[in-house]
Design a protein around this ligand. Structure first.
Ligand code: SF4
Length: 400
């Protein structure tokens, strides 16, 4: 490695937290997984698009990413779901490119960076990649530590270790589906440097089963989107014809691997000397309460779209019937017209309060009850007006 930031294998790790990848690393299985993943770049079938281009030779598929991962920024992120943030923030690594092409993407400067350039420097599928200046990730909670395009495994590993040293609770790979081999190669180096944080796979939810199986025992927290329940919407708005089937199969596989979301009271990352004051300050700001932090499991994100385009009732029904009624879900209300949304009249406005309330009602009515920020969603509901049959079991009261 060009940069050594770790303090030794596992040293400093909370003994109550044991990311499974440490066992795979020690057995040699993690290295085998990295090699298997890298081999798939030769005729890329990493995701359901199955472009079959030779990314090692520099060809580009629909994700416009070649042999090396591109990172647009990294840093502690305090805008993620509360269970990911804890005291130290979620250690976000924003990958450039994406295997989806959502017309309303709110991170389009990162996920589809070529779309906004007048220079036309973005490659087309089958062309070699070209280096271009980057754009910082949005969001006031992110303090980017790098503005890079292509990163070596060494550099990516060093980013993970820097995030650990900064006190982050986890490593949060944002849009990782098209760079799984690069992540696994970097993880090998990071674990050798002392990484011991849980890994978050923060995906648009269009993932192949074969790739996910390479991550079995590697990823601790899966955070997929469930964007639609109608393939016509997926094709028109995200550019893929089979989102629903692929998404549902992927979520089932993720849940098989990690189960429902579990918490522990204290983050997995001990504050080190440099960050101790920072952690004390956050602890005071939180009223002294110890935040519950996600340890392992599935966390689904569902962005409510105008006019019911996201198919909330069907998404919730699938989760409750096929995955688990204890699925932790964030029903998100922050849709706003971005990127190319203005070209689609039905997407050219924010959602209304009534639309969001209806989405929450549908989610609860399906039998799901672990809603992120549920107390906020229910704040204006008259006391005692709980939808029948959706009260959480007593044994689980108090769990976020
Ligand atoms: S990861 Fe990229 S190149 Fe590979 S199949 Fe998916 S979109 Fe195509």
């Amino acid at each position: 490695m060009t940069t050594v930031l770790g303090d030794g294998m596992g040293r400093g790790a909370d003994p109550g937290v044991w990311p499974a990848y440490l066992a795979l690393y020690r057995s040699g299985e993690l290295a085998d997984r990295a090699r298997s993943a890298r081999a798939r770049l030769r005729s890329c079938t990493l995701c359901p698009r199955e472009c079959r281009v030779d990314r090692v030779a520099g060809a580009l598929g629909e994700c416009h990413t070649g042999a090396a991962a591109r990172v647009q920024g990294f840093g502690p992120h305090f805008g993620e779901e509360t269970p990911l943030v804890g005291r130290g923030g979620s250690g976000a690594v924003f990958f450039a490119g994406c295997n989806l092409a959502c017309v309303f993407c709110q991170n389009h400067t990162i996920s589809q960076p070529g779309e906004d350039r007048s220079s036309g420097s973005r490659g087309r599928p089958g062309e070699a990649a070209g280096a271009t200046a980057g754009t910082a990730p949005p969001g006031r909670h992110v303090a980017p530590r790098a503005l890079l395009w292509e990163v070596t495994p060494d550099r990516l590993a060093a980013m993970m270790l820097e995030l650990q040293i900064a006190g982050c609770e986890n490593i949060n790979f944002v849009s990782p589906s098209h760079v799984v081999p690069q992540i696994l190669e970097a993880l090998m180096l990071a674990v050798g440097g002392g990484l011991h944080l849980p890994l978050v796979y923060n995906t648009g939810g269009y993932d192949s089963l074969e790739t996910l199986r390479l991550l079995d025992g590697v990823v601790d927290i899966y955070m997929p989107d469930m964007k639609y329940s109608d393939d016509r919407a997926g094709e028109r708005l995200s550019g893929v014809p089979d989102y629903v089937r692929c998404n549902q199969e992927a979520v089932l596989e993720m849940h098989r691997q990690v189960g429902d979301l579990e918490f522990h009271e204290q983050g997995s990352n001990r504050p080190h000397l440099v960050g101790a004051a920072f952690h004390r300050e956050r602890h005071r700001a939180a009223g002294g309460a110890r935040p519950q932090v996600a340890r392992r499991g599935l966390l689904v994100r569902h962005l409510v779209l105008p006019g019911g385009l996201a198919g909330t009732a069907e998404v919730a029904a699938f989760l409750a019937a096929k995955v688990s009624r204890d699925t932790y879900i964030n029903v998100m209300d922050q849709y706003h017209p971005a990127h190319k949304a203005a070209r689609h009249p039905e997407l050219s406005r924010r959602i209304t309060t009534d639309e969001y309330r209806e989405a929450v009602r549908q989610t609860l009515a399906a039998g799901l009850w672990r809603l992120d920020g549920r107390e906020v969603a229910q704040a204006d509901r008259p006391p005692g007006n709980e939808p029948p049959g959706n009260e959480p079991p007593d044994k689980k009261r108090g769990v976020p």
